[in-house]
Design a binder for this molecule. Structure first.
Ligand code: GUN
Length: 295
């Protein structure tokens, strides 16, 4: 029997836990956490993500602010926006939704964010602290996957984990966390588009985490029977039969792979909702830390 890892239900439970804590905070006279999101341009995927982040804030009892800019915003104007959010005492944490237009240096924007408000966990201070196991903001997608594995009681210690993909947002931090004693405690291999032995590595994995951004890339012959498969892919694939004209496709050929697995995440409804729930936990943590500094 394959366990379907329900990220949607798990994320809903986490948001309820957060909402309960926020209610207690408010009853104690503390502020509601406040998340700000900066959205540049009109990319369909980014619009959806940011809308879902704002809705999640409402579900958690947070305040939220959405700052929208057109594609032609200059890098300096966006830096000015980041600086004003850094200095706004009413904002606990904020994100700048990626990708940004090509004329803006993403790394420069990320490095301008005050690391204490960097609830995406993208600032080099947070990335570095995460790498050596210090308290920090951990980027939401890998943190959500760790939380799913934990809540489903999936054993990771000493297991062989293969991460497909080496992005700064998912692949690299995922590999770090799965390696660390306090999180995955696993033996980790990272594969990417130039890995010569990719299929063999995948076949040896007890836990396979696919974050390569290619629909249906992981096929049944690449999965060991009994493996746990986590699918991070969310590519929009044209589909005339759907009301929106597209569907979301994961990196895993779900129908062929699922029967082989001991557990698997679906797309949609797997990792995606957890990413947003973890952004909420990071924002709550930012608010707690600011309270601790003030007292
Ligand atoms: N683009 C895709 N995923 C993310 C994310 O987690 N945070 C931000 N800021 N942009 C993204």
């Amino acid at each position: 029997m394959t366990t379907l890892i329900d990220g949607k239900a798990t994320a809903a439970a986490i948001k309820q836990e957060i909402a309960d804590e926020v209610q207690q905070r408010v009853a104690q006279g503390l502020r509601r956490p406040h998340l700000a999101a900066v959205l540049v341009g009109h990319d369909g995927g980014s619009e959806t993500y940011v809308r879902n982040k704002v809705l999640a804030c409402e579900a958690c009892g947070f305040e939220s602010s959405l700052l929208r800019f057109e594609d032609d915003i200059t890098e300096q104007q966006l830096l000015d926006c980041v600086h004003s959010l850094n200095n706004d005492p009413s904002v606990d944490g904020f994100i700048v939704q990626l990708p940004l237009p090509r004329h803006i240096d993403e790394q420069k924007i990320i490095e301008a964010i005050d690391y204490r408000k960097d609830v995406d966990g993208f600032h080099p201070i947070n990335v570095g602290r995460m790498a050596i196991g210090l308290p920090c903001f951990i980027s939401a997608t890998p943190k959500g996957i760790i939380e799913l594995l934990r809540r489903y009681h999936i054993a990771t210690s000493g297991k062989k984990c293969v991460v497909l993909g080496r992005s700064n947002i998912v692949g690299k931090p995922m590999a770090q966390l799965m390696m660390q004693k306090q999180y995955g405690d696993a033996t980790v291999t990272v594969c990417h588009s130039h890995s010569a032995t990719l299929a063999d590595e995948c076949r040896a994995a007890d836990i396979l985490i696919a974050a390569i951004g290619r629909p249906g890339f992981v096929t049944a012959d690449m999965v060991k029977p009994g493996a746990v498969v986590i699918d991070v892919g969310t590519t929009r694939v044209p589909d005339a039969s759907r009301p929106k004209g597209y569907r979301l496709s994961g990196d895993v050929d779900f129908d062929a792979v699922a029967p082989l697995c001991s557990a698997i995440t679906p797309v949609p409804g797997g990792v995606g909702p957890m990413t947003i729930a973890m952004l909420m936990t990071n924002t709550l943590e930012a608010a707690r830390r600011r309270d601790a500094l003030q007292n």
